[in-house]
Design a binder for this molecule. Structure first.
Ligand SMILES: Cc1ncc(C[n+]2csc(CCOP(=O)(O)OP(=O)(O)O)c2C)c(N)n1
Ligand SMILES: [Mg+2]
Length: 771
């Protein structure tokens, strides 16, 4: 982690200006020069970029090394593109297509951008927190011998100050403190402005205390070298006092107004500053008053160089939003765009000829250009997208646990327990994690065998004291379960970081996270965040639905199947039987490490049900594709019962009860509404676009039924999870499911109240035949 000595501060400052210019020009081009066909504002954030260019110049061209990974504040995306443009990794065509189809993305995207992007960002706060979890994953890999200790890097988040308002930051801070994370830097672009306005003064010094309390070193970079020197001049003490106290809004407004306004205000409110004020013209006074350390290369370089240990560090770098641009400090500048006259003035100030706007080093004299080139060439950051790691482990066949009656949740625990016992490359790469529901989601057996992960040894105090407990809660470097506190946001960010291990360090892990199904919603944005950047993980949500009878409505989930129906990058499987679950887990492990694969969500239940006899394996392909006939319908059958997961016993009983009255009645086991729907949409798009007319799995499944046949759909979830099946071939549907919040009760009570029982299915089927 050595940094170069004697940085060329002047060249770094020129790079800072260049990044500001290129990011502004990229945004200008997209909004003012590129022809528009739809009349929509393209957008971009010139002011947010301008406040970060100094920090990013100091990092990418001095402080960062090849092992460091960075999450860049979403609206500074153009600066990251400018960095890679200078490095020669980004093309002019991509910059010209910024925010256009196939061009450089508005916000840094791991999957879509062509430059190396370590973490996608966009939903503020999440990109910050994921770096702390990435630090933990890095330590995990080192502890497990998968990463050389000298390959350790820093996980860096470049964040806006308004991101400090996101609650997930503090949830993460607490978790990070528990795990004693290291090698993590969060750098706040402290421009005291958010989207709407200037940020609240009352929080001014509080952030330091919060972070310090969590074990972070806080480095405040407030005043630049020129201001610091001025504080020693006559009148300097008064100036410092005034500056320390000035409210955010006033500082920002004066920055916008410029030298004359500074002069008038200082003399009015702090007359002792006169010696400083009187010896400067308006331009120098304005420059002095906005000489904040976040724009002062010497201060930045010094601070980064001084933090070369592993202590997690928060840098609060004071900056000016829109630094160097005409709307610097204006409270409405967040989405502000320079007009053509303003950008032309900036170009002239940079000495860039008209027509030379894209030339990386335009406007620099010979020596300066040489110095800048040399600093750029010597940057040690990764220049190319890393190859992703695929197929890290052979996936063994996963056997279904024996037992005539079992729940999918219990079977899940037993499968993991067996994997832990048998061992092998897959088991060794599995990492489990859970937000304080490890035991209640049946990970206990796995944890007993594989242990908790801790950088230091963690004794099992209860075991040592010989207090009987089925749970062995010991931890150490070899452990494979990462214990989390109850915050579900952290679970999804932890899984995101684990699920990127193959991309960030070339070592694929198989993260398995367990959560209560209704509380997916608590961390939903973080889950989306992980899927958006193609992190791969297995999410096991258990228990689910009103089948969780006595727990009542607050713990019974209704809408997760609908959520995942609309969630790209995440495949929903909902098994009813243990053998289905085993099959799906094998498929999930395959998908987690496959190019073109995805993450998987298993929705499980605690309801123990009678398993069924299988005479062959023909059901398996259908089960993995989203559904199969548990009882084949006769050709031209007038009706079918369609069920999902835990309601298999009711569906089977109804089929038995009705099969003589409804000739050829079918019983369709849906294992993934999500896959069925996807296949259906893709097949239709194929037909419309002439790319093939092969029917989808669900179309083939429903083909034997009569054209006007009826479907009774049954799920322990929102009825719309299955009712759409009627649209596939125009069948009539009687949708059964849960459409009100649940309540406590026995299964009989609840299935009756929510119309999920045998009687309801029989009634619904009969109604299909009413004229
Ligand atoms: C979760 C979420 N909510 C809202 C937004 C919209 N948004 C984008 S940037 C921003 C505030 C920016 O302020 P700050 O973080 O201080 O960044 P600056 O532009 O000042 O550097 C908001 C509200 C978002 N991207 N993500
Ligand atoms: Mg801000």
């Amino acid at each position: 982690m050595l940094t170069r000595t004697s940085p060329d501060l002047e060249a770094l400052s020129l790079i800072d200006e260049r990044l500001r210019w290129l990011s502004a020009w990229t945004i200008h081009n997209a909004n003012h020069l590129r022809p528009s066909t739809d009349g929509l504002k393209v957008g971009g954030h010139q002011a947010s970029c301008a406040s970060m260019t100094s920090i990013m110049a100091a990092l990418y061209f001095h402080a960062l090394g090849p092992n460091d990974r960075v999450a860049v504040k979403p609206h500074a995306g153009p600066v990251l593109h400018a960095v890679h443009y200078l490095l020669g990794n980004q093309s002019r065509a991509q910059l010209e297509a910024f925010r256009g189809f196939g061009g450089a993305q508005s916000y840094p995207s791991r999957t879509k951008d062509r430059i190396p992007v370590d973490f996608s960002t966009g939903s503020v706060g999440l990109g910050v927190a994921v770096t702390a979890f990435a630090s933990l994953v890095q330590d995990y890999l080192i502890a497990h011998g998968r990463l050389e200790p000298d390959a350790v890097g820093r996980m860096v988040a470049l964040m806006g100050d308004a991101e400090l308002d996101e609650g997930n930051i503090y949830e993460c801070l607490i978790e990070a403190a528990k795990h004693d994370i290291r090698n993590c830097w969060w750098i706040v672009d402290y421009n005291r402005q958010s989207l709407d306005a200037t940020t609240a003064d009352r929080m001014f010094s509080r952030f330091d205390e919060i972070f310090a309390a969590c074990g972070w070193r806080v480095v405040t970079l407030k005043y630049g070298k020129a201001l610091t020197a001025a504080f020693d001049e006559p009148g300097g003490a008064a100036l410092r006092r005034w500056l320390d106290e000035v409210p955010n809004a006033d500082y920002a407004a004066l920055t916008y107004l410029g030298g004359g306004a500074w002069r008038e205000r200082l003399l009015r409110e702090a007359p002792d500053t006169r010696p400083i004020v009187d010896t400067r013209d308006d331009a120098s006074l304005a420059a002095l008053m906005t000489n904040l350390a976040g724009h002062d290369m010497a201060s930045l370089v010094e601070a980064f160089d001084a933090a070369q240990d592993e202590v997690p560090t928060l840098f609060i770098a004071y900056t000016v939003k829109g630094q160097g641009l005409p709307f610097a400090g204006h409270k409405d500048n967040h989405a502000g765009l320079m007009n053509p006259g303003q950008i032309a003035a900036l170009r002239d100030r940079m000495g860039i000829e008209e027509g030379e706007e894209w030339a990386p080093f335009a406007g620099l004299g010979g020596n300066a250009a040489e110095a800048v080139r040399s600093v750029v060439e010597n940057s040690r950051v990764v220049r190319h997208k890393r190859a992703r790691a695929w197929n890290a482990a052979p996936i063994p066949a996963i056997a279904a646990p024996a037992g005539e009656e079992q729940s999918t949740q219990a079977a899940f625990g037993r499968i993991l327990n067996d994997l832990a016992k048998v061992g092998g490359p897959l088991a060794d790469r599995i990492v489990t994690t859970s937000p304080d529901v490890t035991v209640s989601t049946n990970l206990g057996g796995w944890v007993n065998q594989r242990g908790l992960f801790r950088r230091g040894e963690l004794a099992d105090v209860f075991a040592a004291a010989k207090i009987p407990s089925p749970q062995k809660w010991r931890g150490g470097a070899a452990g494979q379960h990462i214990e989390l506190g109850i915050a579900e946001n952290n679970l999804f960010l932890m899984m995101t970081a684990l699920g990127l291990a193959g991309d960030l360090w070339g070592e694929r892990l198989f993260p398995i996270g367990t959560v209560y199904d209704p509380f997916i919603a608590r961390g939903l944005d973080a889950l989306t965040y992980g899927c958006y950047q193609d992190a791969r993980f297995l999410l096991v949500a258990t228990p689910s639905g009103v089948t969780l009878g006595p727990e009542g409505g607050a713990h019974q989930s209704i809408n997760p199947p609908l959520i995942v129906l609309g969630q790209p990058g995440l495949r929903h499987y909902e098994p009813a039987f243990a053998d289905e679950l085993a099959l799906m887990m094998g498929e999930a492990f395959r998908l987690l490490q496959a190019e073109g694969g995805e993450s998987v969500y298993l929705r499980l239940t605690t309801r123990s049900i009678q398993q069924i006899e299988r005479t062959d394996r023909t059901w398996q392909a259908g089960a993995l594709a989203g559904g199969y006939w548990l009882r084949e319908p006769a050709p031209g059958a007038e009706a079918a019962i369609v069920y999902l997961g835990a309601l298999a016993p009711e569906a089977l009983a109804a089929w038995e009860a009705l099969k003589d009255d409804v000739p050829g009645l079918g019983l369709l086991a849906v294992t993934s509404p999500d896959l069925l729907h996807r296949g259906w949409s893709v097949a239709q798009a194929g037909r419309w676009s002439g790319r093939g007319a092969a029917p989808s799995h669900v179309e083939r499944l429903l083909a034997p039924l009569a054209p006007g046949a009826g479907l009774v759909t049954l799920c322990d979830a929102a009825p719309a999870s299955l009712s759409w099946l009627g649209g596939v071939r125009g069948h009539r549907v009687a949708p059964l499911g849960v459409d009100r919040f649940g309540q406590t009760g026995t299964l009989d009570d609840l299935y009756r109240a929510y119309r999920l029982d045998l009687d309801a299915i029989v009634e619904a089927t009969s109604e299909l035949f009413l004229p």
